[in-house]
Design a protein around this ligand. Structure first.
Ligand code: SAM
Length: 383
């Protein structure tokens, strides 16, 4: 399957209208994992040099981010084979989620298996394909065909040659000790752009699983207060665990619909609105299912959050608006809406990507140009 087939026709046309000849490059990049895989040093517990020494001892090749002093990255390995490679082995078909993980170097566990050729025995070499037939990796079966289709747990295939390989970090001691958080570079820039300081009240309106909130907490040295809102119980549970692992102590979690934030009657010094979005910038995507119609509906949904954010920001306070999507409807158009409501755009203290579409002072990360997730950041002031 070519990357062309991986995007719905309307979305391909939308990208071509928007990005011209760059659209093809953008879509091709979106299909691969990021070239540089980032983690954020948890400065509440360690320093970058110490963590780099520990990671080297743990067998990895960490590199310093040239952009952020809390950033470390690892180079992606691969592609390990071409798109038209046909290994001719027995096949295991994995669901989309499991395929995307195998594609980046993870093992294949039984719950991710959709189908397996008859006659596979433990020890057989097999190829793993996504539901649309794309080869995502090759490995050694650790279960027979029937067992891998029926089991609800356990290793089905030990992946020996994934299409790409990113480091596997969650089993490391340094991870368990909370010395870092795996986070994309643009996400880290978002918290930096907020410039939180120790005595402030910060509201994070869509906070789970807590990547940006925990970054903000470390920038505040665990002081001040962060009110972290999310409507998802499961994601908040995960966030609670993460905050504990990282030693974050200044975050109060609230489960609610953030569009009702004004009902809490608080006024934040700073608000981060990392809005729920169409996530068109997330990499890798074996295929995309969103269409331009959903972009319009999502942009409308986001405006309710924006209204609530403006209401709950004190005069003189700052709003940072971010998304992991590429559409101007969810990005620049929403910023224009904020400008109409009286907010003022500000320059960003960390600016390492491109200007916006028709707006100078917003930051747009393109997967092909910046080799990151697609991402958008705006910083506004309530005057
Ligand atoms: N800021 C998070 C981080 O850095 O880890 C990621 C947030 S994710 C982009 C968007 C979040 O918005 C999801 O966790 C989702 O549960 C939450 N969400 C969606 N609709 C919401 C609503 N009406 N009220 C509160 N949270 C909502």
């Amino acid at each position: 399957m070519s990357y062309e087939e991986a995007f719905p026709k309307e979305l391909r046309e939308y990208y071509r209208r928007l990005f011209g000849s760059e659209a093809e490059e953008i879509m091709a990049s979106l299909r691969t994992p990021v070239e540089k895989y980032y983690i954020r040093v948890n400065t509440l517990k360690t320093s970058r040099s110490k963590l780099i020494r520990i990671l080297r001892r743990e067998g990895l090749k960490p590199r310093r981010s040239p952009h952020l002093k809390e950033g470390i990255y690892f180079e992606r390995e691969g592609a390990n084979f071409d798109d038209d490679y046909e290994p001719g082995l027995k096949r295991v078909v994995a669901n989309k989620f499991a395929s995307e993980s195998v594609y980046q170097g993870a093992m294949l566990y039984a719950p991710g298996v959709l189908k397996a050729d008859k006659g596979i025995k433990p020890g057989d070499k097999v190829e793993i394909r996504d539901p649309r037939g794309l080869l995502v990796g090759i490995g050694i079966a650790r279960m027979g065909s029937k067992e891998m289709m029926l089991s609800t747990r356990g290793l089905a295939v030990e992946v020996t040659l994934p299409k790409f390989r990113l480091p596997s970090l969650s089993e490391l001691e340094s991870f368990k000790e909370g010395l870092f958080y795996a986070q994309s570079l643009p996400s880290m820039v978002a918290a930096r752009v907020l410039e939180p300081s120790e005595e402030e009240l910060v509201i994070d309106m869509a906070a789970a699983p807590g990547g940006k909130a925990s970054h903000i907490a470390q920038l505040m040295e665990n002081k001040g207060e962060i009110i972290a809102i999310d409507k998802s119980r499961n994601r908040l549970r995960k966030m609670e665990e993460e905050l504990k692992r990282l030693g974050v102590k200044n975050v109060r979690l609230i489960r609610m619909d953030a569009r009702k934030l004004p009902e809490l009657g608080i006024q934040g010094d700073k608000i981060l609105l990392d809005a729920p979005c169409t996530a068109l910038g997330i990499r890798p995507k074996l295929w995309e299912s969103r269409t331009p119609k959903e972009i319009v509906a999502t942009a409308r949904y986001q405006r309710a959050f924006i209204w609530a954010a403006i209401k709950s920001l004190r005069k003189g306070g700052m709003l940072v608006y971010s998304t992991c999507t590429l559409s101007p409807e969810e990005n620049e158009a929403n910023v224009r809406y904020m400008l109409e409501k009286g907010l003022k755009l500000e320059e960003q203290p960390v600016f390492i990507a491109s200007h916006g579409i028709g707006l100078e002072d917003v930051q747009r990360f393109y997967p092909n140009r910046h080799m990151t997730q697609g991402f958008f950041i705006a910083r506004l002031r309530k005057v």
